[in-house]
Design a protein around this ligand. Structure first.
Ligand code: DGL
Length: 282
């Protein structure tokens, strides 16, 4: 039975994996952290596209997943269309900044978008804003350093360190009147609670997990490939409650070297994955 693959430049897609698994507990998952390509957010769009296309080809060759989630906004903006064209038989779900729901919910008319250095300037974000946030003020905050912080420290840092890391970004958005903060980089979901606490109760923090999981379920179901959740999953111990070893726990694959090991091991554990281990098929 083939798996659902989820990829990102690092650990940003893990919160998406959690949501997908909570919704589809009997599915098996493969998570890929492309540390060889990390970071995507500082690279030119075309370079990100090439990196992602190569990675997807390798993943498809080695594992033949039944669906792929690109759980990275920067990669989706650069490579989603090309990856779909290159893999016509494979349903690929991308991650789109949640500008639409934020625009619908905003009362102040000011929305903050927190993204990578590349994604804040990407024409794709321009088109989302033009389409869904017409007449609203959209403040874009490039927060590439927060991406590195999440890679190195998110699983091991204490509350004060996390708060200090998010505070300057959140402050700028809130001072400008934002009542919605869109997490337009998947890494920032690891800091969601910290961002919400720094922003205060009158600000909503929005992300795209629900939409991505809904779409994933929908494509699998349309293709007759959805293994729906239910009590069986718990009987077989496939969930987070001390389930069996990999691969049923889910594979956590890495490309490249120089990974922050303690952080990655802690995250593998807390997200119910085996490993991490090197991805085969270079
Ligand atoms: N997690 C990624 C995103 O959603 C990108 C992080 C990076 O590699 O710069 O955009």
């Amino acid at each position: 039975m083939s798996s659902i693959a989820i990829l990102d430049s690092g650990v940003g897609g893990l919160p998406y994996l959690s949501s997908a698994r909570a919704s589809m507990p009997r599915e098996s998952f493969i998570y890929v952290a492309d540390r060889a390509g990390f970071p995507y957010g500082t690279k030119p769009r075309d370079e990100v596209k090439d990196i992602v296309l190569r990675l997807v080809a390798r993943l498809v060759r080695s594992y033949g997943p039944k669906a792929l989630v690109i759980a990275c906004n920067t990669a989706s903006q650069a490579a989603l269309d090309a990856a779909r064209k290159a893999n016509p038989g494979l349903p690929i779900i991308g991650t789109v900044p949640a500008v639409k729901p934020a625009a619908e919910r905003s009362r102040s008319g000011v929305i903050g978008v927190l993204a990578t250095a590349g994604a804040v300037e990407d024409p794709y974000l321009d088109s989302l804003v033009a389409r869904f946030a017409k007449g609203l003020s959209v403040i874009r905050e490039g927060a590439q350093e927060l991406v590195s912080f999440v890679e190195r420290r998110a699983a091991v840092a204490g509350p004060a360190e996390r708060r200090d890391a998010v505070e300057p970004y959140v402050r700028r958005l809130v001072d400008a009147g934002a009542d919605q903060i869109v997490l337009a980089c998947t890494h920032f979901l690891h800091l969601r609670e910290d961002i919400a606490a720094a922003a205060g109760p009158s600000v909503e923090v929005v992300d795209s997990r629900a939409g991505v999981v809904k779409r994933l379920r929908q494509v699998l179901s349309e293709r007759g490939q959805l293994i729906d959740g239910g009590p069986v999953a718990r009987e077989r111990g496939l969930l987070f409650d001390g389930g069996p070893a990999a691969p049923e726990r889910g594979l956590f694959l890495l490309t490249g070297a120089g990974v922050p090991e303690a952080e990655y091991r802690a995250l593998a554990d807390s997200f119910g994955l085996g490993g991490p281990e090197p991805m085969p098929g270079l």
